[in-house]
Ligand binder design. Structure first.
Ligand code: NAD
Length: 482
């Protein structure tokens, strides 16, 4: 089997590589060098892709489940066999260190294989002499997967895998900031799926709204910010499309008094700063019990000082650049407000946060005990900066942890499992972790409460989200009321 070559980048429509009249390009965030040209799709490109998906839909839906699952596994194996090429491209376009890029590809492979292991249940409600009543799950139809720029490969497979296993065609739309791996992923998929089943379109800011408005699309699965998620849902409402929204988070981590500081503090700092903090389920608020606050913060600061910020292609780099100029400016504004509010900083320094070098680099900052209503606590920074606060009573810390419109993830860290469970059971989030954070697996649902999302991805719930529910009543004679 040949490999995909990372030299030119095209849309994939109806099984063919297609270019467009105009092109644009991404930027390597570590060097600010332009990356190769990518298509700018038009309304016509969208119509072509939706038409091809509609044509492919019934054939794919009728393909037996075990064959669909096998093809997804073969696709995963092909991705694994080209992991090095995908990882390199990912670092160039997204900025993350090469080792983290390899981890992302490995995670994508795991997701595809894990999802291919799931089977949709059929529920026999009644089976009597009179009738048989059964509820089953049927493919929802033409799907669109809209992906952000923080995990362009992994988050694409989280949509591709379940859509395909459930029997649907899907059109992928990568972020304009990181289109390259998304385009190649779907090019690679062409070896395993019939034309029109897996397609990808790159474009500018018009493309997402065109796709969500298209009446030929039956379901949109969107991952991105809460503000955009609201627009996606409004647009989908016009034709009552099914929507799954995976949105922003503001995850709290509650650190109890009995933790082993030497092990837990570096872990918590790592989980706040991984991918330079650009993770929907990064730890974004750390609440430390007041009896250990000073020592815990000191241990986090020691760890953070050891982290090298640099180009992801450099093996020494642990934290890559911020991915794009828009996010970089947002972080600059947030750091300016930390300064103007005179908040204390325990790691990093405000003046040196943005080093004077080429690239969107930011040195990590920990804000020491800011007020609960400060921007750094109430807003999702999505960068290498986070607040650490003190708590005294469980009732108080649970209230503070829950006092946000976000509800994606939350964690409790304690050696006392009854205390940990007691706190965990009161947290308002779709993912609650004890002594860990950011753990996600393909056979478990992942989703947000409150304004962090609608519905969930992965697990059986995620697979069902790519289906319509259908109840079949089979009258065996005489039970029909009319
Ligand atoms: P974003 O909302 O700006 O963009 C996400 C995607 O939506 C991009 O592909 C973009 O081109 C597209 N888009 C923009 N406007 C659109 C519109 N009107 N209609 C349709 N599509 C549109 O988000 P981002 O800045 O790329 O990503 C960062 C955000 O994503 C953060 O808030 C983060 O927490 C969140 N996120 C959530 C999860 C999750 O699983 N819950 C995972 C990763 C990131």
């Amino acid at each position: 089997m040949g490999l995909v070559v990372f030299d030119t980048f095209a849309n994939v429509v109806d099984g063919k590589l297609v270019s467009t009249a105009s092109t644009r390009h991404g930027i390597n965030p570590a060097t600010l060098e332009p990356l190769p040209p990518v298509p700018v799709s038009t309304r016509e490109t969208v119509h072509d892709a939706v038409a091809a998906a509609k044509l492919a839909a019934s054939g794919w839906a009728e393909t037996p489940l075990n064959e669909r699952q096998q093809r997804v596994v073969q696709f995963a194996d092909a991705l694994a066999s080209q992991a090095g090429d995908f990882a390199k491209m990912l670092t160039l376009e997204q900025g993350k260190p090469l080792s983290a890029a390899r981890d992302e590809v490995a995670q994508a492979v795991r997701v595809l294989k894990g999802v291919a292991n799931l089977t949709l249940p059929e529920q026999l409600i009644e089976d009597t002499e009179r009738r048989r009543v059964m509820t089953r799950y049927v493919p929802v139809g033409v799907c669109v997967g809209i992906v952000p720029w923080n995990f362009p490969i992994y988050l694409a497979t989280v949509k591709l895998g379940p859509a395909l296993v459930a029997g649907n065609p899907i059109i992928m739309k990568p972020s304009p900031f990181t289109p390259y791996c998304g385009l190649k992923l779907v090019e690679l998929a062409q070896r395993f799926f019939p034309p029109g089943v897996v397609q990808v379109l790159s474009g500018d800011d018009n493309l997402g709204p065109w796709l969500t408005a298209d009446p030929g699309v039956d379901k949109v699965s969107f991952t991105g910010s809460t503000a955009t998620g609201i627009k996606v849902m409004q647009s989908c409402a016009q034709t009552l499309k099914r929507v799954t929204l995976e949105l922003g988070g503001n995850d709290p981590a509650i650190i109890c008094s009995d933790v082993d500081i030497a092990t837990v503090a570096p872990k918590v700092a790592h989980l706040a700063l991984y991918n330079s903090g650009q993770v929907c389920v990064a730890i974004k608020r750390v609440y430390v019990h007041s009896s250990i606050y000073k020592d815990f913060v000191a241990a986090m600061v020691r760890h953070i000082k050891s982290l090298v910020v640099g180009d992801g292609m450099d093996a020494a780099s642990v934290l890559g650049p911020v991915q794009n100029v828009m996010q970089y400016q947002k972080l600059k504004n947030m750091v300016a407000s930390i300064k103007s509010d005179n908040l204390n900083v325990s790691a990093g320094d405000i003046e040196g946060a943005f080093p004077d070098r080429k690239g969107y680099f930011m040195n990590p900052i920990v804000v020491d005990n800011p007020p609960d209503d400060s921007e750094i606590v109430s807003e999702e920074p999505f960068g290498p900066v986070f607040p650490v606060m003190q708590w005294d009573t469980e009732e108080e810390v649970i209230r503070r942890a829950n006092s946000t419109s976000a509800g994606l993830g939350a964690s409790v860290w304690s050696n006392d499992s009854s205390q940990a469970s007691r706190i965990a059971n009161q947290l308002q989030a779709g993912n609650v972790w004890i002594n860990c954070h950011q753990e996600i697996q393909p056979n478990a649902s992942f989703g947000g409460h409150k304004q962090s999302g609608i519905g969930s991805e992965l697990g059986l719930e995620g697979l069902k989200a790519y289906c319509n529910v259908q109840t079949v009543y089979h009258d065996k004679g005489g039970s029909c009321r009319l």
